[in-house]
Design a binder for this molecule. Sequence first.
Ligand code: FES
Ligand SMILES: [Fe+2]
Length: 405
Amino acid sequence: MTELLNDTTTDITDTQGRAYGRQPGMSDQQLMEVAAGTPMGEYLRRFWHPVAVSAEVSTTPKKVKILGEDLVLFRDGKGRVGLLYPHCMHRGTSLYYGRVEEEGIRCCYHGWLFRVNGECLDQPCEPGGGQRKEVARQPWYPTQEKYGLVFAYMGPPEKQPEMPRFAHMETLAEGEFYEVDNSGFGGYNDANAPAIVPCNWLQDFENVMDPYHVQVLHSTFSGVQFSEKFISMPKVEWSYTDTGVIYHAYRGLDNGGTLTRINSVFMPNISAVPRVDASEGQAPGLGWYVPIDEHNHTTFWVSKVTEETKGKLYRGLPMHNGKYWSELTEEERQKYPGDAEAQTGQGSQPRHSEWHLAMSDRGVSMVQRMLKNEVKKVQQGEDPIGVTFDANASAIEVKSGNYYS
Ligand code: FES
Ligand SMILES: [Fe+2]
């Protein structure tokens, strides 16, 4: 290595390592793609994904984009949720401008009325209200509601799995309820944070298996964003589980004890992150990292809370310099970066070809390897891990939590 000269210029005689002639960075498209027909897109379509917060689905149609597909979401007058291809099968205007009625959504252009399952109930311009309307079907996807969210299944009908159940979320104690958050970019519970995160879903998901950034980004670089307990560098063990990846991060405490932080992810895009204030006990919720398209995603978080803990379990406190992320100036985002800056700083897709993975990235590599393996299984006609077709299958046990010993 050459020494830098002790003045204000760089060593202009050093010819090594310069940016000139650098090859353009490439993203690993096998991991990034989400569209129908792509290997990853088909794999992801084997699972139920949250598409909206239940309470936000009403008789006013809502535009939804998921897995690269534009859709329209609404709740009909009977309370049923519909998720339809937006362009009306008659002459293609958007059902976003439709009117929701008791039995479905009526297109604004010529009034065709569609049920939540796409069946056409009325064609008012046609003789007799449409004599062949029974054969018409607006493309649709099935939905169901759970934990305060609307989930959709966008894959092959014959492979439609049961909704997964997570043991720690299934029952609510007295006074508990599900708190739902879709403020994806910048921080949980930041009412003004946009729901759309301008980077690929995998950047956010694999980040969960990166416990070292908790010490740097969240504990020292930007001050303490989560808890002072995370200031010390952990010792980490990762392992595969039946349904994903888990880590144990051990930290010595001043009193001679140990804080063990266990964090786990479930294929393809679900996390159970323990409380970030380091308080003892099992993770109180789940998070989903849902692709909008190859360059954008959103997150849905569900936590079991009480009146006392609502809004506080993850990043309930203002994140940086006493402010919520959405209140930060550009300069403050440089000074107090968080996950939003670190992940979108990678680009809307990471330049994988430029990465230099090290020992501490083992969890990220394991997530990517497992995903690629699952994608291959689906291509070969197998079912991926994490899906079940048995309505009586036992709920998935979640080990995530902060534990003191
Ligand atoms: S375009 Fe929808 S009814 Fe004609
Ligand atoms: Fe983080």
